[in-house]
Design a protein around this ligand. Structure first.
Ligand code: TRP
Length: 338
């Protein structure tokens, strides 16, 4: 039986943090044997917000190294760089003519990000690329005819748009050409900011709010030590969000014995925050040390990562070019010479 095809992508906007890892990358690694997997570093998506070209180039290579360090196996999965597979942009244009202005206007991520730009003091420039971002995302998925897309809840609306584009395209140009991609939702621990537990853990909040998967050990311990537990403002009933976050981290690291002991202490009113934090720090150091070492080792030979990226992106192109050939024929565009 042929394996179902999976596609997922990540933006190269800096180091992978714990939220990305537990929410996505860990699962990407886990499903490599079950499905035929395509994983992309989407540099073109990173251009939709104000960015620095040098940083983009560096971050793209770094993201490749980090995904490899996390266990994406180039023998099993096709790990590509989006801009090295030009078929994505070609299909995106065609999809721009299949998607409607109205449905794009309803995308909540567009609204959130344009609010962020307008409120962020970085000028008021909102690119058309930010508006059509989900069309490129639909092309990422459908250029590989992917059936399953591992995503977090925040991407469900974009995936629904991808399905609508597939359905509309099929109706207009040929029944059953594109599959209707389904989300592959995994159980994701809810991780909040260490410094402000009322907010989701995210890089955009700033250094002290998140832990990178490649964090220097001393910095990691320091961040955990200074994590907010009780602010004194919460209602007295139930666990405070900061404490719950620390428990969630222990669970995410699969330290169930330590979790059970500490939760018992919590219910008996005997929990010491220092002990809780030490346990979190220990578990995170154990988790992250091999990743950090592997990444350092990989980045010693940048040329090798670059040539791997080129080779795998070419492999991705073989599949993508086949889709484009058929799409061009269906939509009334001339055939390429070869
Ligand atoms: N929009 C996704 C995110 O912000 C990244 C992404 C781009 C993606 N293209 C994709 C995810 C295709 C899944 C499939 O996380």
């Amino acid at each position: 039986m042929t394996k179902k095809r999976v596609l997922s992508c990540i933006q190269p906007t800096g180091e992978i943090h714990l939220g990305n890892y537990f929410g996505a990358v860990k699962n990407w690694v886990a499903i490599q044997d079950t499905y035929e997997c395509f994983y992309g570093v989407v540099d073109l998506h990173a251009m939709t917000m104000p960015y620095d070209p040098k940083a983009l180039k560096q971050n793209t290579l770094q993201m490749m190294a980090e995904l490899l360090a996390c266990g994406i196996d180039p023998e099993k999965s096709t790990l590509f760089i989006q801009s090295l597979v030009p078929q994505h942009t070609e299909l995106a244009w065609i999809f721009n003519c299949v998607a409607s202005y109205g449905e794009l206007s309803r995308m909540t991520q567009f609204k959130d990000k344009s609010d962020q730009i307008e409120g962020g003091g970085k000028g008021n420039f909102i690119s058309a690329g930010l508006f059509t971002y989900p069309v490129l995302q639909a092309a990422d998925i459908l250029v590989y005819m992917a059936n399953l897309v591992p995503v977090g809840k925040d991407q469900v609306q974009h995936l629904e748009l991808s399905r609508n584009i597939a359905i509309r395209f099929n109706k207009q140009f040929g029944e059953d050409f594109f599959p209707e991609p389904q989300p592959l939702l995994t159980e994701i621990p809810k991780l909040v900011s260490l410094a402000d537990p009322s907010k989701k853990m995210s890089k955009s909040l700033g250094e002290k709010h998140y832990v990178s998967l490649f964090e220097d050990e001393n910095r990691l311990r320091k961040k955990v030590r200074s994590a907010v537990t009780d602010t004194g403002e919460e209602q007295r009933d139930g666990m405070s969000p900061g404490v719950e976050n620390l428990f969630n981290l222990i669970k995410a690291c699969e330290k169930s014995e330590a979790y059970d002991l500490l939760i018992k202490d919590y219910h008996n009113g005997e929990l010491k925050y220092k002990e809780l934090k030490d346990t979190v720090a220990e578990a995170l150091v154990e988790l992250t040390t091999p990743f950090r070492q592997k990444k350092e080792e990989l980045l010693k030979d940048k040329k090798q990562i670059e040539s791997l990226a080129l080779r795998l992106s070419e492999k991705a192109q073989d599949v993508a070019a086949d889709t484009i050939r058929k799409v061009r024929s269906l939509t009334g565009l001339p055939r390429y010479a070869k």
